[in-house]
Design a protein around this ligand. Structure first.
Ligand SMILES: Nc1ncnc2c1ncn2[C@@H]1O[C@H](COP(=O)(O)OP(=O)(O)O)[C@@H](O)[C@H]1O
Ligand SMILES: [Mg+2]
Length: 255
């Protein structure tokens, strides 16, 4: 199996707080991997380090064999890493389609304002972006909401829209921060199906999720962190049976 992403001894401090402490793990290409742990464990910070939203204090991030540590976010996106956010970040007063187009534009040569000049090459590129956005909306099941304002979508559908927007950047690695947050049981079940379909496209998925049903069903490998440090790594079966994980995390109701 090929490794797509490697974190090596990654550390991030906020003042005196060590939010991520010497964390290392590998993510296999085309796999679905879960990152779990109690609230405040440092999971989102790990994602922010991978996507360049934060600079690490120590350690290395290797994507597809190349170090990406310290690169700017837009560069990391162009290399093939896309994400969604724990707190939904959509343009609420833009349509569903426009939100996905905002994702496509980072890969377009003429950029978001190129359309103002309307050369035929730009029109062609614009049409391709719309086609692509429609395809991703169809893929996540939001095709019928294309013209609606994002703010009018249900919470679960807004999460799907964020996934469509991320997919429109043609990622090799898709990072999902609590994708089932705010979803009901039925929406969560269909999200598991969607994650499988994403994997079937050859896209590697790395996700943070509190819904253990989803984590155990969707992930082939799970990394557990507590107080910024990795405390376990393994298959869902291994994680469920790990006494340290049960004590730190699975044994409590609050997560
Ligand atoms: N930008 C920031 N500035 C200061 N502290 C932060 C920042 N982001 C996260 N933290 C702190 O780092 C710790 C880990 O946060 P986070 O990665 O969001 O945890 P998780 O996603 O596992 O719930 C928490 O104590 C949080 O308060
Ligand atoms: Mg978080």
């Amino acid at each position: 199996m090929t490794t797509l992403l490697t974190l090596k001894n990654l550390t991030k401090k906020f003042g005196g707080l060590i939010a991520v402490n010497n964390v290392s793990f590998d993510t296999d290409e085309k796999s679905v991997m879960g990152l779990i742990g109690p609230n405040g464990a440092g999971k989102t910070t790990v994602f922010n380090l991978i996507t360049g939203n934060y600079a690490s204090d120590a350690g290395e991030i290797i994507f597809d064999g190349n170090p990406i540590t310290g690169l700017l976010t837009h560069r990391i996106v162009s290399l093939g890493i896309a994400r969604t956010f724990q707190t939904i970040r959509l343009f609420q007063n833009m349509s569903v389609l426009e939100n996905v187009l905002a994702g496509c534009h980072c890969r377009m040569k003429s950029g978001i304002f190129g359309g103002m000049f309307h050369t035929s090459a730009q029109k062609h590129e614009e049409k391709q972006a719309v086609d692509r956005a429609m395809k991703e909306l169809e893929f996540v099941g939001l095709r019928r909401y294309t013209e609606q304002l994002s703010k009018n979508l249900s919470y679960g559908n807004q999460r799907l829209l964020e996934i469509a927007r991320a997919l429109a950047t043609s990622p090799r690695l898709l990072i999902l921060d609590e994708p089932a947050g705010g979803m009901n049981e039925q929406e969560t079940d269909s999200l598991i199906g969607l994650i499988r379909k994403i994997q079937d496209r050859g896209i590697t998925v790395l996700l943070i999720e509190h819904d253990m049903g989803l984590v155990m069903k969707a992930c082939e490998k799970i990394v557990v962190i507590e107080y910024g440090s990795k405390i376990a790594e393994g298959t869902p079966g291994e994680i469920k049976a790990n006494p340290r994980v049960i004590e730190a995390y699975l044994g409590t109701d609050e997560n």
